[in-house]
Design a protein. Structure first.
Length: 524
């Protein structure tokens, strides 16, 4: 049997059909986009599909019929139907739309009937690529098409599987919090708790948690064996009493964790929402998070080194996908693909350099060569993303600027720390987006740091002075910044902010108060 290469279909063509999917009958538009002929025929669902009420619809006839129905657990029921159809020798594609209309599971009645789960709000690129490979040319026989469909749908990459698991865990954690907490705060609190542990897995992959590759799994097992709750018994002492304190200031309990680096506050201290609501995720939620998410995948801090492990540079797509879909649609929020980010930044820096280096041609050469002249001209550049989202442009600017600085002989980790402390600023109205932007920038520092031992790890910068929640269109300090008479106020703001970036211990809250007071004075 020969598997025919699929005709091409543009990924953008799939977006409208996916966005309109609200009912099984809407699968017809998706099928038509992929070359199948829409049809509408009833298909009686068997009794062993208890979560799928009523009849399904055959919404397309191509090489094989497409059978669409609703289900509570879309992935499980799509696979069950596909396997049963396969056992009866009926070539078909089973498509289950979950009860909330947020996901579509697609399973071929062939082989293992591995389902592809498609988030409808914003399907990741690899998912849309898998769907695009289902294109039918109008003449391909059923079995070759099904073989190709099974291959396409079963080729889900590790990043996509991690996205699905992370989103599922986040929804579980959000739903477990006290309903008296506003929904957007519950989402942000659950996201903060999970991403904090996610960073710990990258720190562990560096060998910085007592040198043990299984430090966290062993700590969880010890905590549960001692009948202690995971959050107060493990996570809070590790994050809020160990990672955010220099070794000399740690308690006896903190020192019992072994050789753990001082990574500073920021991520490893309670944020404003946590101080307000004092949430605690139940132990069953944490156990599921460790079993089904964190311990289910391998992590590496080396970007691009291992296709089967989760690396920091893979997380952009994950974080963009866990933003609230309804809020994204309502606010008109869009995310920029990485190649476009790089192209825009390179052009912007080229124009900036051209003013100092005598034209765009010279600027482009200097930037490509990462020459000393390029860094001399870029050392004091200010990059502001006024609607930073989860930090795509800030991360791209960090990569570009730190690459030029590293070419001058500065170690990669130190170069990224220096650029973060001096050159990059971001603002976003969404608190969760600000938190994710900070997290991606911190992970970029961890990925570049080659410290061999926990004691040699430099503290992470405090990014709460550089990436802020706010409205860029309402800036009460704009008039102050333009007034020459108030230059001393702006200089004071800059000085306090620079000191705050590297502050730790008792000095940090004092500088936070000083920055707030200086901003209020300037605004007044």
């Amino acid at each position: 049997m020969t598997v025919v290469p699929p005709p091409r279909v543009g990924l953008a063509d799939l977006e409208p059909a996916l966005a309109r999917l609200r009912h099984p009958v809407d699968v017809a538009a998706l099928a038509a986009t992929l070359g199948a002929v829409p049809a509408h025929e009833a298909f009686p669902l068997p009794a062993w599909l208890p979560d799928a009420p009523g009849d399904a619809l055959v919404v397309a006839h191509g090489a094989v019929p497409w059978i669409a129905f609703r289900a509570t657990d879309a992935a499980r029921e799509a696979r069950r139907l596909a396997l049963r159809l396969q056992a009866h020798g009926r070539p078909a594609l089973a498509l289950a739309l979950d009860a909330d209309g947020g996901e579509l599971a697609v399973a071929p009645a062939f082989g293992a009937a591995t389902p592809l789960v498609v988030p409808l709000a914003r399907a990741p690129g690899p998912v849309r690529q898998a769907l695009a490979r289902l294109r039918w040319d109008g003449a391909e026989p059923a079995l070759p098409w099904l073989a190709r469909a099974a291959q396409a749908l079963g080729s889900e990459d590790v990043g996509t599987r991690f996205f699905r698991a992370f989103r599922r865990t986040l929804d579980h954690a959000t739903g477990s919090l006290d309903r008296r907490i506003p929904a957007e705060h519950r989402h942000a609190l659950a996201l903060t708790a999970l991403t904090r542990v996610l960073v710990l897995y990258f720190v562990q992959a560096r060998g910085w948690l007592d040198g043990r590759p299984d430090f966290l799994a062993r700590a969880v097992d010890r905590c549960l064996a001692a009948r202690r709750r995971l959050e107060p018994g493990l996570l809070q002492p590790l994050c809020f009493g160990t990672l955010n304190r220099p070794p000399a200031e740690r308690s006896r309990l903190a020192r019992a964790f072994g050789r753990v680096p001082f990574l500073n506050g920021g991520l490893f201290e309670p944020n404003a929402l946590e101080r307000r609501w004092r949430p605690r995720l139940p132990d069953p939620v944490w156990r599921a998070a460790f079993d089904d998410l964190f311990e289910h995948f391998r992590f590496t801090a080396s970007e691009g080194a291992d296709r089967d492990a989760i690396a920091p540079d893979m997380l952009g797509r994950v974080f963009e996908g866990v933003m609230d879909p309804a809020e994204r649609r309502g606010s008109g929020t869009f995310y920029t693909p990485a190649p476009l980010v790089r192209a825009v930044l390179e052009q912007a820096f080229t124009v900036h350099l051209a003013r100092r280096l005598g034209g765009e041609a010279a600027a482009r050469r200097a930037l490509e060569a990462r020459s000393p002249a390029a860094w001399q001209a870029l050392a004091d550049v200010t990059v502001l993303d006024p609607a930073c989202g989860s930090g795509a442009f800030l991360l791209g600017a960090l990569d570009l600027l730190s690459g030029v600085l590293a070419a001058q002989g500065v170690p990669a980790g130190a170069a990224r720390r220096q650029v973060l402390a001096r050159n990059l600023f971001g603002v976003d109205r969404n608190a969760a987006a600000v938190r994710l932007a900070e997290l991606r920038l911190w992970l970029a520092v961890i990925a570049a740091d080659d410290a061999p031992e926990p004691e040699a790890v430099a503290p992470l910068p405090n990014l709460d002075a550089m990436v802020r929640q706010g409205d860029s269109l309402l800036d009460p300090l704009a008039a102050v910044a333009r007034g020459a008479a108030h230059a001393h106020t702006m200089a004071r703001l800059g000085a306090v902010r620079r000191a705050l970036v590297t502050a730790a211990g008792p000095a940090k809250p004092a500088l936070v108060r000083a920055l707030r007071a200086t901003e209020l004075d300037a605004a007044a």
